[in-house]
Ligand binder design. Sequence first.
Ligand code: DCP
Length: 150
Amino acid sequence: MLRILAARSEVLVERAAALAAGPVVVATAAVRAGLLLIAQRTRPPALAGRWELPGGRVEPGESEPDAVVRECREELATQVRVTGRLGTDLPIDAGVLRVHTAELASGAPEPQALEHAAVRWAGPDELAEVDWVDADRAVVADLVALLRSG
Ligand code: DCP
């Protein structure tokens, strides 16, 4: 009985922590041939023109990898396969940002900027110079290491 109560309270503590952190936004670090896919935002005005890892809010009941795949389909008209996580949780105004690593699925179409001003593939030496949105800049060192490890 005590064990059940302890397990329940652990679940409640986890839920409370998740609520306190707010909604989860996923970002996609898609890698191909040593290059990273980056995307230029169009909105809101404060972020327009700055570059990000494509992604968006996780919907209720949706897993984070499923959200990554959906956002890449909706925003880039391509199909990705999630391969792992990168870095720690990043606090953003909207809640918390979690970066997932990915690769294009075999035969997937070239990503298109359906909701961005532009998308492009960037090499490890370029990443420090990119005009990143603040949260994404925090993982630049991890992104460079990711590209160099492959
Ligand atoms: N964000 C970020 N870095 C990313 C992706 C998103 O800092 N790589 C931030 C920008 C926004 C918030 O997360 O403040 C939500 O991102 P989007 O607007 O791209 O996500 P959605 O389109 O899903 O959300 P909404 O439709 O609610 O704007």
